[in-house]
Design a binder for this molecule. Sequence first.
Ligand SMILES: Cc1ncc(COP(=O)(O)O)c(C=O)c1O
Length: 384
Amino acid sequence: MIETSKRSDLVSYPIRDIVLEAKALEKKGTKMIYLNIGDPAPFGFRPPQHVLDAAADALKQNYSGYAPSEGDPELRAAAAACEGVQQSDVFICSGLSEGIDFLFQALVDPGRNIILPNPTYPLYLTKQRMMFGNENFYDCDSIWEPDADSLRKKINKFTKAILVINPNNPTGAVYSRKTLEDIVNIAGEHKLPIISDDAYERLVFDGEYTNLRTLHKDVPLVSGNSISKNYVYPGARVGYLAFHGEGWDNVKDAVQRLCNARLSVNWEMQRAYVAALKGPQNHIVAFNSELKKRRNLLVKRIAGIDGLSVASPRGAFYAFVKVEKKGRWKNDWQFVRELLEEGVVVVPGSGFTSDHNTMAFRIVFLPSLEQLDAAFDRIEGFMK
Ligand SMILES: Cc1ncc(COP(=O)(O)O)c(C=O)c1O
């Protein structure tokens, strides 16, 4: 038997891992409703037409070579204009996923950590493990806003940066200005940079939204963004990192070398992202209004199910649902597996934290109102 590396043994991605089990059951005849992956395409949501046209035009033009490693100059300039930084502060990556990988590679030696929100988007957890970093989380309150006291307490001498995901995956929380100001102050006290994951920046359908780029003062900030969710085009695989403020020179140099080492990002799709950033933004109004309807249905249905509770999401398209009937299931995996038998695929909450006692699941509310209602009928029956 050929042995695998210690690093690869640490890789897991619960959002997709659960699908294997769902497919096996589907083969035996269970009809599944998939509420696990945050991909708008299977539910009929499409990128804006002018973005698709730009991709098609690029295919007919001369974009078949390697793009510059740090990205198409026009895309860097367009992203820099959105962020309020210089073009040289922006690095294009293959989705924000690659940007996240670059940040861990550039910042985290073994035993160090980026402090993560609890719960967090699982890629951060996996990357931290793969760097042989230490797991370190700050807590969130009952509506999933970061708890400033917990953040203050949990930062340690091995912490290299603070991660903020706003709007949040997996909770759908959108943070108040006060919370963000507290985080900036704490980062300033500890002389730590902030990583702001803005993957869902435009998907806010309720109340106010503040982006850290408007608040960070003299605290160094790196914003991560992508075409995937904000422009409904996850298959394009283009994103960027934008560095704000002072102190980043070494990190930018490392990110440039990481970009060089992987050569380049698909050029045609970078042209599509140029059109997305510079063109009309009306798609977002229609998308958010659909998301709000689905969110309202989700909150109403969960309120009617004994044993489940949820903090109402204000952004993105996820909810993190707490399961209160603890005695009935050993853990969240058992809960999710039993729910699979009823034909509903959700992701165990423990996949988003290092806390194995988490009794929760993440649900995606992208499906149509009819599909969501059907899923909740099954969940309600199961909970009874
Ligand atoms: C919070 C968050 N950050 C980053 C990503 C990565 O997105 P992409 O690589 O498609 O840009 C995702 C994808 O779901 C996400 O939810």
